[in-house]
Design a protein around this ligand. Sequence first.
Ligand code: SF4
Ligand code: SF4
Length: 489
Amino acid sequence: MAEYQIRRCDRQLEGGIHPETHKDLSTTEPCVFVDDPKRLVFPIHFSGGGPGEALVAVGDTVSQGTPIIKCQSGIIHVASRAGTVIDITDHAITHPSANQSASIIIEPSGLKEQSYLDPLVWPFDADSLRNRAIEAGILGLGGAGFPSFKKWSDGTQTLIINAAECEPYLTADDTLMRIDTHSMIRGACMLSRTLDIKTIVIGIEDNKPEALEAIEDALKESRSDCFFDIVLLDTKYPSGSERHLVWLTLGIEVPTGSRSVELGVIVHNPGTLAALSRAIDGKPITDRIVTLTGEALKAPKNVIAPIGTPINHLIEATDTSPSSLTSITVGGPMMGYAVTEFTAGITKTTNCLLARDVEIPPESPCIRCGACATVCPIRLQPQQMVFALKGGSLDLAVHEGLGDCIECAACNAVCPSHIPLAEWFRLGRFEVRDQANEQRLASEARERFEARNARLERIAQEQEAKRAARKAKTADALEKARKAREQTA
Ligand code: SF4
Ligand code: SF4
């Protein structure tokens, strides 16, 4: 039995909101596998892990697990089912920053052909685990899609399992913790042993009693020597944001502009750790749990679906006709984004498809009520930031703290004027990143130019030195010849 304790969190989340959770909607039905779709869609640049390159060509046959995309970060994405690459073309995708992008289209064959990796046999070192995470395409499955191996440094003291899942409607993590608990615990233990992490913390909201019970049962059956500190959090949004979770569970404040890894704390989603456990056994990520929910779906539930499954196939899995919907939200109601093209495929970061019949009331002018500032968990002044952005002053918005905004949309939820504050902040932050990228590219170009000039100067100096040496040698030889001639005369 692994040692563990359960304690209630004694810290309070500042700000935040208590929205209706609507979680029962998708947890009353059991989680099921969906049938394979007729096509699978894999965006080459937007599958997580950064821009990529295709490793397959049209006409290639692939097995489940065959590498098909290699990202700039090194992350490999594999075919989620055996089949044939029937096209590589621009296609609708699910991503907040693009509607279409180059994608690999695979027609599943229905065959069970698999191409997995060799199991990693304990003991293995951190580099072996990092390589395995790269080959198996392990990303943050909670929505961010950050390559997990990049967080794993030698100075890590604590691993936090982010089991808060505080966003309304979402139950994919809750489901995973109920049905795949052992994989999550094993992934956490293997990572901790490899990086010599002392403590594993599980931060879980107190509205998940079934998951908590499953975790306790798994820990009682585990033979791990890791210690688990289970922290029960009040159900309040956004307690699962990384910096708030670190504060709530450990009392460590992550300073502005820093990340928790710099303080020796890594945070992983339950699904990421379960996927890591399977990767150690040789199986790359091919499937994930997706919450299909919302009042507009006839039979909401959680499903296990192949990566690349088109949205319309999943809508049909809830006995709902895709034509009855005009758009669907990818992610939860707070931080998700709308998609209208249902042929787009799910990626590793698609945790939820939400279909609701809600009328969004028209926006009216700000009445300066200050409600948005009261709920902001970062203590920002959202109304000031949005004035700056609406007035075209990105610098002023940054001065007001745009860089610290976690895009949680708690401010949206309470704004009586229905101002889409978080959407403005998301766009503003994209622009800041674009500008930073442009500045970085300009600075890299300047560095390359200066390095080139320095290199040319060095070559010119070397050539000049060689010329001078040759000249001196020739003068010396002429002098010697002259002296020899004089002696002969
Ligand atoms: S979206 Fe940004 S400004 Fe609005 S509440 Fe969240 S952190 Fe604060
Ligand atoms: S909640 Fe809306 S109306 Fe009130 S101050 Fe903020 S932006 Fe203005």
